[in-house]
Design a protein around this ligand. Sequence first.
Ligand code: NAP
Length: 268
Amino acid sequence: MNLNLESGTFLVAASSEGLGYATAAALADEGARVWIGSRDIAKVSAALDSLRERARKAGSGAEIDGCVLDMTESASIEAWVLKAAEKFGPDLDGIVCNSGGPPPGRFADFDDDQWKSAFDLLVMSAVRLVRASLPGLSVRGGAILVVSSTSVKEPIESLILSNSLRSATAALAKTLSAELAPLGIRVNCLAPGRFATGRVSRIDKAAAERRGITAEQARAASEAVIPLARYGDVGEFGRTACWLLSPAASYLTGQIVSLDGGSTKGVW
Ligand SMILES: NC(=O)c1ccc[n+]([C@@H]2O[C@H](COP(=O)([O-])OP(=O)(O)OC[C@H]3O[C@@H](n4cnc5c(N)ncnc54)[C@H](OP(=O)(O)O)[C@@H]3O)[C@@H](O)[C@H]2O)c1
Protein backbone atom coordinates (compact mmCIF):
# COMPACT_ATOMS: atom_id res chain seq x y z
CA MET A 1 0.00 0.00 0.00
CA ASN A 2 1.34 3.43 -0.89
CA LEU A 3 0.64 5.78 2.03
CA ASN A 4 1.20 8.84 -0.19
CA LEU A 5 3.19 10.69 2.44
CA GLU A 6 6.15 11.77 0.28
CA SER A 7 6.80 15.46 0.88
CA GLY A 8 3.84 15.79 3.27
CA THR A 9 4.64 17.95 6.31
CA PHE A 10 4.09 16.52 9.80
CA LEU A 11 4.71 17.95 13.27
CA VAL A 12 5.39 15.28 15.90
CA ALA A 13 5.46 16.60 19.47
CA ALA A 14 7.50 15.02 22.28
CA SER A 15 9.53 13.02 19.80
CA SER A 16 13.15 12.78 20.93
CA GLU A 17 12.48 9.23 22.16
CA GLY A 18 9.76 6.67 22.80
CA LEU A 19 6.49 6.60 20.88
CA GLY A 20 6.91 10.10 19.42
CA TYR A 21 10.35 9.24 18.04
CA ALA A 22 9.00 6.01 16.55
CA THR A 23 6.21 7.96 14.82
CA ALA A 24 8.69 10.47 13.42
CA ALA A 25 10.86 7.57 12.19
CA ALA A 26 7.93 5.86 10.45
CA LEU A 27 6.94 9.12 8.72
CA ALA A 28 10.54 9.67 7.67
CA ASP A 29 10.64 6.13 6.23
CA GLU A 30 7.76 7.23 3.98
CA GLY A 31 9.72 10.23 2.69
CA ALA A 32 7.78 12.89 4.61
CA ARG A 33 8.98 16.21 6.00
CA VAL A 34 9.06 15.70 9.75
CA TRP A 35 9.41 18.35 12.47
CA ILE A 36 10.30 17.05 15.94
CA GLY A 37 10.79 18.54 19.40
CA SER A 38 11.11 17.95 23.12
CA ARG A 39 12.37 19.84 26.18
CA ASP A 40 15.99 18.69 26.19
CA ILE A 41 17.90 20.15 23.24
CA ALA A 42 20.63 17.50 23.53
CA LYS A 43 18.02 14.78 23.11
CA VAL A 44 16.47 16.62 20.16
CA SER A 45 19.89 16.90 18.48
CA ALA A 46 20.62 13.21 19.03
CA ALA A 47 17.20 12.26 17.63
CA LEU A 48 17.75 14.49 14.58
CA ASP A 49 21.12 12.85 13.93
CA SER A 50 19.71 9.36 14.16
CA LEU A 51 16.59 10.10 12.07
CA ARG A 52 18.67 11.77 9.34
CA GLU A 53 21.10 8.86 9.29
CA ARG A 54 18.17 6.44 9.00
CA ALA A 55 16.71 8.45 6.09
CA ARG A 56 20.11 8.66 4.39
CA LYS A 57 20.65 4.89 4.64
CA ALA A 58 17.12 4.13 3.40
CA GLY A 59 17.30 6.78 0.66
CA SER A 60 13.78 7.81 1.64
CA GLY A 61 14.26 11.47 0.70
CA ALA A 62 12.76 12.54 4.03
CA GLU A 63 13.61 15.96 5.43
CA ILE A 64 13.85 16.08 9.20
CA ASP A 65 14.34 19.04 11.48
CA GLY A 66 13.12 20.34 14.81
CA CYS A 67 13.84 22.39 17.88
CA VAL A 68 13.19 22.56 21.58
CA LEU A 69 9.56 22.23 22.72
CA ASP A 70 7.83 22.18 26.09
CA MET A 71 4.27 20.92 25.68
CA THR A 72 3.29 22.44 29.05
CA GLU A 73 4.10 25.98 27.81
CA SER A 74 1.77 27.81 25.44
CA ALA A 75 4.53 30.12 24.12
CA SER A 76 6.86 27.21 23.48
CA ILE A 77 4.21 25.36 21.44
CA GLU A 78 3.45 28.45 19.35
CA ALA A 79 7.16 29.10 18.70
CA TRP A 80 7.70 25.44 17.74
CA VAL A 81 4.88 25.53 15.16
CA LEU A 82 6.12 28.88 13.81
CA LYS A 83 9.67 27.59 13.37
CA ALA A 84 8.33 24.53 11.54
CA ALA A 85 6.52 26.87 9.13
CA GLU A 86 9.74 28.84 8.57
CA LYS A 87 11.53 25.60 7.69
CA PHE A 88 8.93 23.64 5.71
CA GLY A 89 6.30 26.26 4.82
CA PRO A 90 2.98 26.95 6.59
CA ASP A 91 0.82 24.14 5.10
CA LEU A 92 0.52 21.01 7.22
CA ASP A 93 -0.58 17.44 6.46
CA GLY A 94 -0.66 16.21 10.02
CA ILE A 95 0.22 16.76 13.65
CA VAL A 96 0.82 14.36 16.50
CA CYS A 97 -0.27 15.60 19.93
CA ASN A 98 2.07 13.78 22.26
CA SER A 99 3.68 14.68 25.59
CA GLY A 100 5.38 12.96 28.45
CA GLY A 101 3.13 11.02 30.78
CA PRO A 102 2.14 12.29 34.24
CA PRO A 103 3.67 10.63 37.31
CA PRO A 104 2.17 7.32 38.44
CA GLY A 105 0.27 7.30 41.73
CA ARG A 106 -3.01 6.87 43.57
CA PHE A 107 -5.63 9.41 44.65
CA ALA A 108 -3.96 10.28 47.97
CA ASP A 109 -0.62 10.97 46.27
CA PHE A 110 -1.57 14.19 44.46
CA ASP A 111 -2.49 17.74 45.51
CA ASP A 112 -4.24 20.41 43.41
CA ASP A 113 -1.02 21.70 41.87
CA GLN A 114 -0.10 18.23 40.62
CA TRP A 115 -3.56 17.79 39.10
CA LYS A 116 -3.20 21.18 37.38
CA SER A 117 0.25 20.28 36.02
CA ALA A 118 -1.09 17.01 34.65
CA PHE A 119 -4.00 18.93 33.07
CA ASP A 120 -1.51 21.21 31.30
CA LEU A 121 0.55 18.23 30.17
CA LEU A 122 -2.27 16.03 28.84
CA VAL A 123 -5.21 18.31 27.97
CA MET A 124 -3.96 21.86 27.36
CA SER A 125 -0.98 20.57 25.37
CA ALA A 126 -3.39 19.14 22.78
CA VAL A 127 -5.67 22.20 22.89
CA ARG A 128 -2.72 24.53 22.29
CA LEU A 129 -1.03 22.46 19.59
CA VAL A 130 -4.28 22.07 17.65
CA ARG A 131 -4.98 25.81 17.97
CA ALA A 132 -1.52 26.76 16.71
CA SER A 133 -1.64 24.24 13.84
CA LEU A 134 -5.18 24.79 12.58
CA PRO A 135 -4.35 27.46 9.99
CA GLY A 136 -1.74 25.14 8.46
CA LEU A 137 -3.98 22.06 8.61
CA SER A 138 -6.95 23.87 7.08
CA VAL A 139 -5.26 24.59 3.73
CA ARG A 140 -5.50 21.12 2.16
CA GLY A 141 -7.08 19.18 5.04
CA GLY A 142 -4.91 17.01 7.25
CA ALA A 143 -4.88 14.64 10.17
CA ILE A 144 -4.61 15.16 13.91
CA LEU A 145 -3.45 12.19 15.94
CA VAL A 146 -3.55 12.24 19.72
CA VAL A 147 -1.30 9.81 21.57
CA SER A 148 -3.62 8.46 24.24
CA SER A 149 -3.72 5.28 26.33
CA THR A 150 -5.92 2.22 26.77
CA SER A 151 -6.61 3.76 30.19
CA VAL A 152 -9.42 5.76 28.52
CA LYS A 153 -11.22 2.43 28.01
CA GLU A 154 -9.99 0.58 31.09
CA PRO A 155 -8.47 2.64 33.93
CA ILE A 156 -5.04 1.35 34.99
CA GLU A 157 -4.16 0.82 38.65
CA SER A 158 -1.97 3.56 40.17
CA LEU A 159 -2.22 5.86 37.15
CA ILE A 160 -5.05 8.09 38.39
CA LEU A 161 -3.84 11.28 36.66
CA SER A 162 -3.51 9.58 33.28
CA ASN A 163 -6.79 7.65 33.68
CA SER A 164 -8.75 10.80 34.49
CA LEU A 165 -7.27 13.43 32.21
CA ARG A 166 -6.82 11.35 29.06
CA SER A 167 -10.58 10.89 29.04
CA ALA A 168 -10.92 14.66 28.68
CA THR A 169 -8.47 14.61 25.77
CA ALA A 170 -10.34 11.72 24.14
CA ALA A 171 -13.59 13.71 24.39
CA LEU A 172 -11.80 16.75 22.98
CA ALA A 173 -10.62 14.68 20.00
CA LYS A 174 -14.09 13.24 19.38
CA THR A 175 -15.67 16.71 19.50
CA LEU A 176 -13.02 18.13 17.18
CA SER A 177 -13.52 15.30 14.70
CA ALA A 178 -17.05 16.59 14.04
CA GLU A 179 -16.15 20.30 14.20
CA LEU A 180 -13.19 19.98 11.83
CA ALA A 181 -14.61 17.46 9.36
CA PRO A 182 -15.96 20.23 7.08
CA LEU A 183 -12.36 21.45 6.71
CA GLY A 184 -11.27 17.96 5.63
CA ILE A 185 -9.40 17.43 8.90
CA ARG A 186 -9.56 13.99 10.54
CA VAL A 187 -8.99 13.56 14.28
CA ASN A 188 -8.18 10.24 15.96
CA CYS A 189 -6.60 8.90 19.13
CA LEU A 190 -4.08 6.07 19.14
CA ALA A 191 -4.27 4.29 22.49
CA PRO A 192 -1.19 2.22 23.33
CA GLY A 193 -1.26 -0.59 25.86
CA ARG A 194 2.32 -1.36 26.92
CA PHE A 195 5.27 -0.45 24.71
CA ALA A 196 8.89 -0.88 25.66
CA THR A 197 9.88 2.76 26.20
CA GLY A 198 11.75 4.65 28.91
CA ARG A 199 8.46 5.62 30.52
CA VAL A 200 7.24 2.04 30.81
CA SER A 201 10.61 0.96 32.26
CA ARG A 202 10.17 3.64 34.93
CA ILE A 203 6.60 2.47 35.65
CA ASP A 204 7.78 -1.16 35.93
CA LYS A 205 10.54 -0.06 38.31
CA ALA A 206 8.07 1.83 40.51
CA ALA A 207 5.68 -1.16 40.54
CA ALA A 208 8.58 -3.46 41.44
CA GLU A 209 9.55 -1.25 44.38
CA ARG A 210 5.95 -1.13 45.64
CA ARG A 211 5.61 -4.92 45.46
CA GLY A 212 9.13 -5.85 46.61
CA ILE A 213 9.97 -7.65 43.35
CA THR A 214 12.46 -7.00 40.54
CA ALA A 215 11.66 -4.80 37.52
CA GLU A 216 11.99 -7.91 35.31
CA GLN A 217 9.37 -9.70 37.44
CA ALA A 218 7.08 -6.67 37.20
CA ARG A 219 7.44 -6.67 33.40
CA ALA A 220 6.82 -10.43 33.21
CA ALA A 221 3.62 -9.97 35.28
CA SER A 222 2.43 -7.25 32.87
CA GLU A 223 3.24 -9.34 29.82
CA ALA A 224 1.41 -12.36 31.26
CA VAL A 225 -1.97 -10.57 30.96
CA ILE A 226 -1.40 -9.47 27.35
CA PRO A 227 -2.86 -12.03 24.91
CA LEU A 228 0.10 -11.52 22.53
CA ALA A 229 2.29 -12.09 25.64
CA ARG A 230 4.76 -9.27 25.09
CA TYR A 231 5.17 -5.52 25.17
CA GLY A 232 4.70 -3.72 21.87
CA ASP A 233 7.73 -2.68 19.88
CA VAL A 234 7.83 1.09 19.25
CA GLY A 235 8.13 0.43 15.50
CA GLU A 236 4.69 -1.21 15.64
CA PHE A 237 3.34 1.99 17.19
CA GLY A 238 5.09 4.23 14.65
CA ARG A 239 3.77 2.31 11.66
CA THR A 240 0.18 2.39 12.96
CA ALA A 241 0.42 6.11 13.73
CA CYS A 242 1.82 6.73 10.26
CA TRP A 243 -1.07 4.88 8.63
CA LEU A 244 -3.66 6.79 10.71
CA LEU A 245 -2.04 10.07 9.63
CA SER A 246 -1.96 9.09 5.97
CA PRO A 247 -4.58 9.46 3.21
CA ALA A 248 -4.82 5.64 3.33
CA ALA A 249 -7.01 6.17 6.45
CA SER A 250 -9.13 8.83 4.72
CA TYR A 251 -12.53 7.62 6.04
CA LEU A 252 -11.40 7.11 9.62
CA THR A 253 -12.12 9.91 12.08
CA GLY A 254 -13.37 10.34 15.64
CA GLN A 255 -11.96 6.98 16.74
CA ILE A 256 -9.86 5.71 19.62
CA VAL A 257 -7.73 2.95 18.13
CA SER A 258 -6.36 0.56 20.76
CA LEU A 259 -2.92 -0.87 20.03
CA ASP A 260 -2.37 -3.22 22.92
CA GLY A 261 -1.65 -6.81 21.88
CA GLY A 262 -5.26 -7.62 22.77
CA SER A 263 -5.04 -6.59 26.43
CA THR A 264 -8.18 -4.42 26.59
CA LYS A 265 -10.98 -6.71 27.70
CA GLY A 266 -14.03 -4.85 26.37
CA VAL A 267 -15.56 -5.56 22.96
CA TRP A 268 -15.69 -1.83 21.94
N1 NAP B 1 4.85 3.57 26.36
C1 NAP B 1 3.64 3.11 26.58
O1 NAP B 1 3.43 1.89 26.62
C2 NAP B 1 2.49 4.06 26.80
C3 NAP B 1 1.23 3.50 27.11
C4 NAP B 1 0.15 4.36 27.29
C5 NAP B 1 0.34 5.73 27.17
N2 NAP B 1 1.59 6.23 26.89
C6 NAP B 1 1.73 7.68 26.78
O2 NAP B 1 2.35 8.02 25.55
C7 NAP B 1 3.13 9.21 25.72
C8 NAP B 1 4.55 8.92 25.28
O3 NAP B 1 5.04 7.87 26.08
P1 NAP B 1 6.51 7.26 25.91
O4 NAP B 1 6.44 5.90 26.50
O5 NAP B 1 6.99 7.44 24.53
O6 NAP B 1 7.32 8.22 26.90
P2 NAP B 1 8.91 8.43 27.06
O7 NAP B 1 9.64 7.20 26.65
O8 NAP B 1 9.07 8.93 28.46
O9 NAP B 1 9.26 9.59 26.01
C9 NAP B 1 8.67 10.84 26.20
C10 NAP B 1 9.15 11.83 25.15
O10 NAP B 1 8.43 13.02 25.37
C11 NAP B 1 9.32 14.11 25.62
N3 NAP B 1 8.65 14.97 26.59
C12 NAP B 1 8.33 14.70 27.87
N4 NAP B 1 7.70 15.74 28.42
C13 NAP B 1 7.62 16.70 27.47
C14 NAP B 1 7.09 18.02 27.43
N5 NAP B 1 6.53 18.58 28.50
N6 NAP B 1 7.18 18.71 26.28
C15 NAP B 1 7.76 18.18 25.19
N7 NAP B 1 8.29 16.95 25.16
C16 NAP B 1 8.22 16.22 26.29
C17 NAP B 1 10.61 13.46 26.11
O11 NAP B 1 11.76 14.24 25.83
P3 NAP B 1 12.32 15.39 26.84
O12 NAP B 1 12.62 14.72 28.13
O13 NAP B 1 13.52 15.94 26.11
O14 NAP B 1 11.24 16.42 26.95
C18 NAP B 1 10.62 12.19 25.26
O15 NAP B 1 11.12 12.47 23.97
C19 NAP B 1 3.04 9.56 27.21
O16 NAP B 1 2.04 10.51 27.41
C20 NAP B 1 2.65 8.26 27.85
O17 NAP B 1 1.98 8.43 29.07
C21 NAP B 1 2.65 5.43 26.70
